[in-house]
Write a new protein. Structure first.
Length: 86
């Protein structure tokens, strides 16, 4: 179950990130290339153009939260399995 939640979170992160990237390319080719190849440019772009990127940014953050929950559930399941007598 934790694995499915983890992959759902990854999909949400990917969708939000691609959406921000598309918005960057719509603004200008330089923003798009910067967001694609330079670390943190997409974050800077999302903050500078907040109204345009509010929804995809929040989708990405929700994805991160879901990934963390999936990891916690997977780790918890592994601990429970390790404690079971064989």
């Amino acid at each position: 179950m934790g694995t499915a939640i983890y992959f759902l979170g990854l999909i949400l992160c990917l969708v939000g990130g691609i959406w921000i990237l598309v918005n960057a390319f719509k603004t200008s080719i330089l923003w798009g290339l910067g967001a694609l190849f330079v670390p943190f440019v997409s974050l800077i772009f999302a903050i500078m153009h907040w109204e345009q990127n509010k929804k995809p940014f929040l989708i990405s953050i929700a994805g991160v939260v879901v990934v963390v929950v999936g990891i916690m559930m997977g780790a918890g399941a592994g601990l429970m399995q390790a404690q079971m007598p064989q």
